[in-house]
Ligand binder design. Structure first.
Ligand code: SAH
Ligand code: MG
Length: 199
C-alpha cells in the first residue's frame, strides 16, 4: 500500500534539509506525462532522498519499475529507508555511484529518463541516456533554466560552468534531429524531449 503520509513527511524533511527536490508545478507536469504515456520503466539520475522516484511510483502502474542513480551514499541510504516506509521499495532500484560511470553499463531500455543531478554533466547524461531509450521515449531535464541564469547575460563566476553546460544541453536537444523538444518555464525550468519513433 502506498503511504501518502510518509511521502509528505519525507517531502517536508527534504525541504528543511535544503535538499533540492522537484518543485510542485514541475511534478504536476511530469504526472500529466506519466498518466498519458504509461511508462513501464523509468530511469532517474539524481535520487537524493527518493522523493521524486516515489512520486513517479505513485502515478504509474504497479508493474512500472524505476531505476534511480545517486552518487552520495548517505542520501542513497536515506532514500532506501524512505522508499520502504512509503511502500514502493519493490518498484524502485537505487544504484549508488556516479551516473557517468553507471549509464554506459546499463542493459535495460527505458520509456522515460529524468535528469536531475549535476548541471555540468547534463550534456554527457544526454549523450549516454539517449541510447537507453525506447523509440518514442521521453527525456525530461529538471532545472534547465537554473533560476533564470541560463537566459541571462550576466552570471556570477560560480554559476558559469553550470550555465555553459545547460546551454549546451539546450542546443543539443534543439538541433538533434532525432529529438522533438520543448522547454517549459515552470519550476526551475523543465526540458521535455521525445525521441522520434522513425529515427
Ligand atoms: N530527484 C530528486 C532530487 C535530486 S537532487 C527529487 O526531486 O526528489 C540531485 C541529486 O543528484 C543529489 O542528491 C546529488 O548527490 C546527485 N548527483 C549529483 N551528481 C551526480 C552524478 N554524477 N551521479 C549521480 N547522482 C548525482
Ligand atoms: Mg531538480
Amino acid at each position: 500500500m502506498f503511504n501518502d503520509e510518509a511521502l509528505e513527511k519525507i517531502k517536508q524533511k527534504a525541504l528543511e534539509d535544503h535538499i533540492p527536490i522537484i518543485m510542485d508545478d514541475t511534478l504536476e507536469k511530469i504526472i500529466e506525462i506519466l498518466e498519458k504515456e504509461k511508462p513501464k520503466r523509468i530511469l532517474e539520475i539524481g535520487t537524493a532522498v527518493g522523493y521524486s522516484a516515489s512520486q513517479f511510483a505513485k502515478y504509474t502502474d504497479n508493474d512500472c519499475i524505476i531505476d534511480t542513480i545517486e552518487i552520495d551514499e548517505n542520501r542513497a541510504n536515506e532514500a532506501q529507508i524512505n522508499i520502504k516506509s512509503i511502500g514502493v521499495a519493490d518498484r524502485i532500484n537505487i544504484m549508488i555511484g556516479n551516473a557517468v560511470d553507471i549509464l554506459p553499463n546499463l542493459k535495460e531500455k527505458y520509456d522515460i529518463l529524468f535528469i536531475d543531478a549535476a548541471k555540468g554533466k547534463y550534456p554527457i547524461f544526454l549523450e549516454y541516456g539517449i541510447k537507453l531509450l525506447n523509440p518514442n521515449g521521453i527525456i525530461l531535464a529538471d532545472n534547465i533554466l537554473y533560476k533564470g541564469y541560463v537566459m541571462s547575460d550576466y552570471n556570477a563566476h560560480k554559476q558559469r560552468t553550470a550555465v555553459r553546460h545547460l546551454r549546451e544541453y539546450i542546443k543539443e536537444i534543439t538541433e538533434n534531429e532525432k529529438l522533438e523538444s520543448e522547454i517549459l518555464d515552470i519550476g526551475d525550468g523543465l526540458a521535455i524531449s521525445r525521441i522520434k519513433a522513425d529515427k
